[in-house]
Each structure stands twice: as structure tokens, then as C-alpha cells.
Ligand binder design. Structure first.
Ligand code: LMR
Length: 395
């Protein structure tokens, strides 16, 4: 039987991770996978997570199953974190999922149950795994224009034009903040225009929010999601705790489905529980429990927010330093967008050949579309990267 298998496409981000690991050159720089690293190149366990884990070890009395939707306290805490008071709680159904990827997958599964004809519109570009999962599930997908490589900003007219071509009931997948891979984000005025087009066409929003707190702050980063949440009867939201709580390997995420009223929410909830049961029964609990403990304990929450803010401000500083350095070395403002972008990523607009040269000649690893993880830098490696970029674009 197994001889019938054929090779599956490699995930480019994960393949790059392995290549970097195997590279023995000293001074190599990893700007690939979206994992936060501090100035020493470490991905620390956040202080509040350590404290919550200690408390959990002391206090937890059972590892028996949770409900199919996961711990209700986790859902309450995450709904508050992401949605604030923008939507009545009884309109929101939610299931804990294995990370943000699990939330996206379960969201797509819910779409397929509710409307198998729906095409899912993704930004061009988007996180490659969105495209890959939809393809694997054999769901119809199309791309809407989003990023303008020549300016490093958003092709907003292109986006609106493409969305105007969607059919009623189609899903529009938006990034809540810190767009991955580009770093370019819609303003609130722009999201209002997008909402107007979507309402006009009867489109349904799905939001992937994986970097809340990495851009302009926890509430500012949730503003687009909240604006969308108040505008539609139905909204799907896939949220991840991997990055903002640093619990990558604990697989901690949540799918929320905003429904038009409490009755519809109960039906959504029943379907979402069913989807969890079919795919893995009970979702992982350890990370989720730490997260809800932190969010409901004022002291832990304050400490978590303080550490997250240090992370965010550190990335902003690196952005500014890189933009300044590139302006100086290239004698142009062509890379100023790096300081305007938000979140962990920026797409630099380099060619695949230039990206390859950075890897082979300079031991600098970035995703093939020239996405860099800003957190892979520190103040000493920013000038190294800037010099290498100036050199490859000068070639
Ligand atoms: C990324 O885009 O690098 C992260 O979201 C990690 C992943 O799973 O791809």
C-alpha cells in the first residue's frame, strides 16, 4: 500500500529552517520561520508562562478530559482579549484548537459544512499554509491583490476590485494585524471600505489573527478584527497564542464563530464541537490553561503585557535601525517601508536570485519571497544585513 504514496510538496518555511540548522558557517543569520528571538537569539519561555506552569503543577488535580470545545475559561478569556466588548458574548461560539493552524483548519472545515460552494479569497501573498491547507482540502480558493512590491505598501485599489468580483457567500480571509508575509496592514479607514464592498456583495469575513500585540499594541492590533466583528452577522476568527504567549509547541489556538444571535451561536457551537471530535476529540489543554490563568490574574496579566511590550518595542527599534541603515547605504528611501510595516515580518521586494545570493554568499536566510523575520536580527546584525542587501541589489 505505502508504495503508492508520492512525494508531498515540502513546506518552504520549514525546509529553510532545516537548511539553516545544517549550515556550519559562524555568524549565519536566521530570518526565516516566524518565531520570536531575543537579542541573544533565544526564544525564551515568557515569565508569566513560567509562573502559570509552576502554579498548574502545584494546583492541577486531574488530567482527565476537558469538554470538546476545551476549557470554557480559555474561550472567555480569549474572546475578551480579541473582541473586547465589540460583540455580545452569547453570539460567539468557540473551540480551542491545536495552535493557529488548527484554528484555520477548523474554520475552513466549518465553511465547508455551512457552504461547500464558497470560494475562500486569500490575499496575494498570504501565509503559504493557508493556500496549502485549502488545496489539501480541495476547497475553492482565489487570491485578491494585496501587496504592491514596488512600494512595499498595499495595492488597495486592486484589492477592492478583486473583492468586487467575488460571489455572495464567498469567504474573505483577512489578517487581523501584522500581515504575514508582507508586514503591510490595512488602516481602519481602509477596512471600512473593504467592509462596505463585502457587505454590498454578501461576503463573509474570516480573520486570522496570529500576532496580536506584536504590531501597535494589544488593543490597537485587535481594532480591525473588532471593526469587522461589529459589522457582520457572521465572522470566523482564528486566533493563535503561539507568538504573543510564546507557547509555540504547546499548540494553543482558538476558533471563534460570531453568529447572528444566541440560537445560531448554539448551532455553530454544536458543529464546532463535532469538528473537534472528528479531527482529534479534545484539544490540547496545557497552553490554553496557562493562557487563561494569565489573562484572569491581574498580576500575571500585567507581567505578561509588560514582557510582550518589550518584545514589540524591540522589534520596532530594529525596524527603524534597518530602515535608517538601508537609507544610508543605498542613498535612497526605497526601503523606508520597513519602518512603516508592523509585526514580525517585512517583505523586502528582492528577487529570488538575490535571496539565494544572500544565503550562499552571506549566510543570511530569509524566505524565498524575501520575507524577513525582524526578530531574527539584533542591533549588531542589522548593519550586516543592510550591507549584504546593499551589495546584492548593487550587483
Ligand atoms: C511563519 O509564518 O513562519 C510561522 O507562522 C510559522 C509557521 O508555522 O509557518
Amino acid at each position: 500500500m505505502l508504495e503508492n504514496l508520492s512525494q508531498q510538496p515540502a513546506d518552504k518555511i520549514l525546509a529553510l529552517m532545516a537548511q539553516y540548522k545544517a549550515d556550519e558557517r559562524p555568524g549565519k543569520i536566521d530570518l526565516g520561520v516566524g518565531v520570536y528571538k531575543n537579542a541573544e537569539g533565544k526564544t525564551p519561555v515568557m515569565r508569566a508562562i513560567k509562573a502559570a506552569e509552576r502554579r498548574l503543577v502545584e494546583e492541577q488535580e486531574s488530567k482527565s478530559y476537558t469538554g470538546l470545545a476545551g476549557d470554557p475559561a480559555f474561550a472567555d478569556a480569549m474572546i475578551e482579549l480579541v473582541l473586547g466588548d465589540s460583540v455580545a458574548r452569547d453570539r460567539v461560539a468557540a473551540i480551542a484548537t491545536p495552535g493557529g493552524t488548527g484554528a484555520c483548519r477548523q474554520g475552513f472545515e466549518l465553511v465547508r459544512l455551512a457552504n461547500p460552494q464558497a470560494t475562500v479569497w486569500v490575499s496575494n501573498p498570504t501565509w503559504p499554509n493557508h493556500v496549502s491547507i485549502l488545496k489539501f482540502m480541495d476547497m475553492p480558493q482565489k487570491a485578491y491583490r494585496y501587496f504592491d512590491d514596488s512600494t512595499g505598501g498595499i495595492d488597495f485599489d486592486g484589492m477592492l476590485e478583486d473583492l468586487a468580483g467575488a460571489k455572495a457567500g464567498d469567504i474573505v480571509l483577512l489578517h487581523g494585524c501584522c500581515h504575514n508575509p508582507t508586514g503591510a496592514n490595512l488602516t481602519l479607514d481602509q477596512i471600512d471600505e473593504v467592509i462596505a464592498v463585502m457587505e454590498g456583495k454578501g461576503l463573509v469575513p474570516m480573520i486570522d489573527i496570529a500576532y496580536q500585540g506584536f504590531g501597535d499594541g494589544l488593543d490597537a492590533d485587535a481594532a480591525v478584527t473588532r471593526r469587522v466583528a461589529t459589522a457582520f452577522d457572521n465572522v470566523l476568527i482564528a486566533a493563535s497564542c503561539s507568538k504573543n504567549f510564546g507557547v509555540y509547541r504547546e499548540r494553543t489556538g482558538i476558533l471563534m464563530a460570531i453568529s447572528k444571535d444566541a440560537d445560531e451561536a448554539a448551532l455553530s457551537q454544536q458543529n464546532m464541537n463535532y469538528l473537534n471530535r472528528q479531527n482529534y476529540s479534545f484539544p490540547p489543554d496545557h497552553g490554553a490553561r496557562c493562557v487563561s490563568m494569565i489573562l484572569s490574574d491581574p498580576e500575571l496579566r500585567a507581567d505578561w503585557q509588560a514582557e510582550l511590550e518589550e518584545v514589540r518595542l524591540g522589534m520596532l527599534e530594529l525596524r527603524k535601525q534597518l530602515a535608517d541603515e538601508l537609507r544610508r547605504l543605498t542613498n535612497s528611501d526605497a526601503f523606508d517601508f520597513v519602518a512603516e510595516h508592523r509585526g514580525m515580518f517585512s517583505r523586502l521586494g528582492l528577487s529570488p536570485e538575490q535571496v539565494e545570493t544572500l544565503k550562499t554568499d552571506h549566510a543570511i536566510y530569509m524566505v524565498g519571497d524575501s520575507r524577513i523575520n525582524i526578530a531574527g536580527l539584533n542591533k549588531d546584525t542589522v548593519p550586516v544585513l543592510a550591507r549584504a542587501i546593499a551589495e546584492v541589489i548593487g550587483d
